[in-house]
Design a protein around this ligand. Structure first.
Ligand SMILES: [Mg+2]
Length: 221
């Protein structure tokens, strides 16, 4: 372990963890959105899978990084598909990333407040908690929808700090998305870690601007 990794937890009293791609395997979400939803959409419109995928990608591009992108209600209305139901049907595929549950167990021994900070929709968080039991590991769980802005927005961090009162100098934030980390850095959070192995079915992502770790377990091992 590098010295920077070993010390990064020591100087913090608050640990904020993203959910999808940090604690839970992004392969599930990729399967839902890049495989299952296009198939359902093609069926719904009576068009080819290629055409349905092309239509969907236009929506994906226009909504990326916005709260609507993360809103199951928005997608259900837009596509006329019950997105929650699709998630429920495939919920057996929801799983922790390697080492993540061990980390959550071990971090309990540390004198640190552990928070889940996610852009996921409340209903998805509920489903994922039911399947994995992840809620028992957190002192508090925050969903960006409740703050009216995604993590990519400064408004999210301001609203979160109004509720949680965290010290930006003593907070470690871990996420797999660079744009989200950029937003946290802009807000003033000093200690930032980017997860490189967020999807068990994809290659490791290249990290340029942040301290990269293959998984959260590296914070303590
Ligand atoms: Mg993520």
């Amino acid at each position: 372990m590098h010295t920077s990794q070993k010390n990064i937890l020591k100087k913090c009293d608050t640990l904020m963890l993203d959910m999808d791609g940090t604690i839970l395997d992004l392969a599930y979400d990729s399967f839902i959105w890049l495989d299952l939803v296009p198939k359902e959409y093609a069926k719904k419109l009576g068009i080819s899978l290629d055409d349905a995928t092309a239509k969907l990608y236009k929506y994906f591009i226009s909504l990326q990084g916005t709260l609507k992108w993360y809103s199951v209600d928005h997608w259900s209305d837009l596509l006329d598909i019950d997105i929650i139901k699709l998630h429920q049907m495939e919920s057996a595929k929801i799983q922790y990333l390697p080492g993540a549950e061990k980390f959550l167990n071990d971090i309990k021994k540390y004198d640190i407040r552990v928070l889940l900070v996610t852009n996921a929709h409340g209903d998805i968080l509920k489903l994922k908690s039911e399947v994995t039991g992840l809620d028992k590991y957190f002192d508090q769980m925050y969903v960006s929808h409740d703050f009216g802005a995604p993590k990519e927005s400064q408004l999210f961090w301001q609203n979160l700090n109004d509720t949680e009162k965290f010290d930006i100098k003593r907070t470690l934030f871990v996420d797999d998305t660079e744009k989200v980390l950029d937003s946290a850095r802009q807000y003033g959070i000093d200690s930032l870690v980017q997860i490189t192995n967020s999807d068990s079915k994809q290659k490791q992502q290249i990290v340029k601007n942040y301290l990269g770790m293959t998984g959260v377990i590296e914070l303590i091992e």
